[in-house]
Structures are given as C-alpha cells and as structure tokens.
Design a protein around this ligand. Structure first.
Ligand code: MAN
Length: 348
C-alpha cells in the first residue's frame, strides 16, 4: 500500500530552476539527492544531469576527456550506427554512452521545502567518471561524511568514494566497487568494529540485480560479500532492487528502504528489516510497495513511472524522504516509521 504523505509543494526542484554549469549546457534533470545535516543545517546533494539543448534531428552526447574538460559528441538521429531506444542511454558503433552527464550540486534549506543553491559542485574526476557521477548517498560515521556515488565511464558503471569532514576539502579515494555496481549505502555506525555497506552488483548470466552486503576495516577496502535481498518474480520488484540511503537503526533491526523495478522499468519503494548484529539476515520485507508512482510528476518526465530515493532525514517516528520523480524532479514525502514496520511481513 502506498503510505507516503507527499509534500503538497511537490515538485520542490525542477530543471528550469537551475542554469547549466557551462555556456552551451542545459539542465535536463534534477534527481536522486543525498540528504545530510551539517552544523544543524539540512542539505541536499542533488544529481544534476545536463546536455546541450535538443536540436531537430540531432543528438548530443556530453563526456569528460582525459584532461577533465567537457566534450560534446554530435550525432545525427538518422545515423544507421545509432541505437536510440532509451532516453537515458544510447549505443553508437557498438559503444554505450549516456545522453546526459551528471554531477552533484549542493542545496541548503531552512524549512525542508524551499532550497537555495550553494556554491559547491562535485564533478567527475579521471577515467572512471568520464560520463558523470550520480545518485550519491551521504553517510556520517563518527566525524567523517562518506559520499558513495555511481561513477560512469565507457568502462562501466562503478562506485566511487569521496570523504569530507567540513564540506570544503574532499579526499578522493577512487572506486570502491568495480563495474557493474551501484546503490552503495554505508551503515552510519560500525557493527562489531567493522564498517558495513549495502551494494548492488549486476550479474548477467547467472543471478541478477540483487542487494549485497560487504564489510570493511577502513571504509575503503571491502570484503566478505554476501547476497542479502533479491528481486522477486511476478512482483513489483521483479527486475532489480537497490538500497536507498543509510539503513535506519530501530529496536527491531536495521530498516532498509529500497527501490525495486519491474521489467517495464517502473520504480517503486519497499522496505526490509535486517538483523541488528548480522545485517546479512533479512528478518522481514514488505510484500507490496510502500510508495509507487501515481502523481503526474512521477508518471511523466524524462523517464516516467519512477520514484527513487537515496536520501532521508529521521526525526523520531517521522521519516522524510527526498526522492527523484520521473528521473526529472526533486520531491519530498513523509512516512511514519511505525507504519512502515507495520507493512513488513516477517520471514520464518
Ligand atoms: C541507468 C539509469 C540512468 C543512469 C545509468 C548509469 O541507465 O539509472 O539514470 O545514468 O544507469 O548509471
């Protein structure tokens, strides 16, 4: 059952609200923000996806070159070497490209509803981030903020890590999970002295798009991987599942909000409860989505029928999620954590 209480003010941020980061560039989508508090203020680290404004009969593919400067590849839509069936990704002469390039942009808010752009922008760095960086999760562990994000290049989709203590200086720690992997959420406290992360590798021949758990002694080098949550045939989450923001610690276990999609690429949200001491054990899971695309701004946009979250705030029983709607808008919704727990079906 959809138990989300959406903000009346949705969408909170739209592409038209922001100028492109370069002269020729236009913001195509604002989506999938990380959320955190720093010095008692709430911030969103928003994924901004840009490209050159569309022109009749043409397609523009932005990417960073070896010197980190942006280059635009121009293609003709009737080029026989072009396969252009997905708004997000194309294939040209046998190679895959993204139609937009993403970076992360900071916004602050006083009331949780209206947002002010801050100067900070984080762009892709180096060979593994040439097609952009996306869908960041921010987890605060002790006094360090860990930014885990999708790093895209012609070599694949992987997970990058940057850390900061003050949101001014960042340490760039490179890729922590190689392709194909995304949706990495770090637990915000160590369990039995170890860091824990949820991640989502893709296995093509055997297996699928499942959520895995990994451990680390330093938050950078990860091992002891275990598969914890799979897609379910004939369900709303039949094709892929991926973790949202950092799991929420409750008396009964770690509550994980996750996204699931079916083969029609309809993205909904669900929840699962993981054991407090051993989060590889799934105690309970929602049968039905706790949120599904239904509002006009969720049903149509850059890529319709999508609700996707990777950032939230917790205030006692109140969970405020910020989410990407139709891969184009930033929206907000509130949940009661107790109500989500009530939707869980316990696994024997
Ligand atoms: C999918 C979608 C896109 C994203 C690419 C690369 O196609 O999630 O939004 O840009 O993967 O991560």
């Amino acid at each position: 059952m959809d138990i989300a209480k959406r903000f009346q003010e949705n969408p909170l941020l739209k592409p038209q609200d922001l100028a492109g980061s370069g002269a020729k560039l236009q913001v195509i989508c604002l989506l999938n923000p990380a959320v955190f508090t720093y010095q008692h203020k709430i911030y969103l680290l928003v994924r901004v996806a840009e490209s050159v404004a569309p022109q009749e009969g043409k397609l523009f593919i932005p990417m960073r070159m070896a010197n980190n400067l942006l280059e635009i590849m121009e293609l003709k839509l009737d080029d026989p070497d072009l396969i252009n069936t997905d708004a997000r990704i194309i294939n040209y002469k046998g190679l895959d490209y993204l139609t937009t390039i993403s970076y992360l942009r900071l916004f602050s808010t006083e009331n949780g509803i209206s947002f002010r752009p801050e100067p900070l922008q984080l762009h892709g760095i180096g060979a593994s981030e040439r097609y952009g960086i996306e869908d960041c999760r921010v987890s605060k562990i002790e006094d360090v903020y860990y930014l885990t994000y999708t790093a895209v290049s012609e070599n694949g989709v992987a997970v990058g890590l940057r850390t900061t203590k003050n949101w001014q200086q960042f340490d760039y720690l490179g890729l922590i999970f190689p392709p194909h992997n995304k949706d990495v959420a770090l637990f915000e406290e160590k369990i039995n002295g170890k860091f824990y992360a949820l991640h989502r590798p893709t296995s093509k021949e055997i297996g699928g798009n499942y959520i895995w758990l990994a451990q680390s002694l330093d938050g950078v080098h990860w091992g002891n991987h275990q598969c914890v949550l799979k897609s379910r045939a004939k369900h709303w989450d039949s094709a892929r599942v991926g973790a949202g923001a950092a799991p929420i610690k409750t008396a009964k276990g770690w509550l994980m909000i996750y996204h699931g999609a079916n083969y029609q690429d309809r993205y909904c949200l669900g929840a699962a409860l993981l054991d407090l001491q051993n989060p590889a054990v799934v105690l309970a899971r929602t049968e039905n989505p706790i949120m599904e695309p239904m509002e006009s701004y969720e049903l149509s946009g850059f890529f319709g029928s999508v609700v996707f979250t990777n950032g939230h705030l917790i205030n006692d029983d109140e969970l405020t999620i910020y989410y990407g709607a139709a891969d184009e808008f930033i929206c907000g919704a509130k949940f009661s954590i107790a109500e989500i727990m009530g939707e869980l079906k316990w696994i024997d």
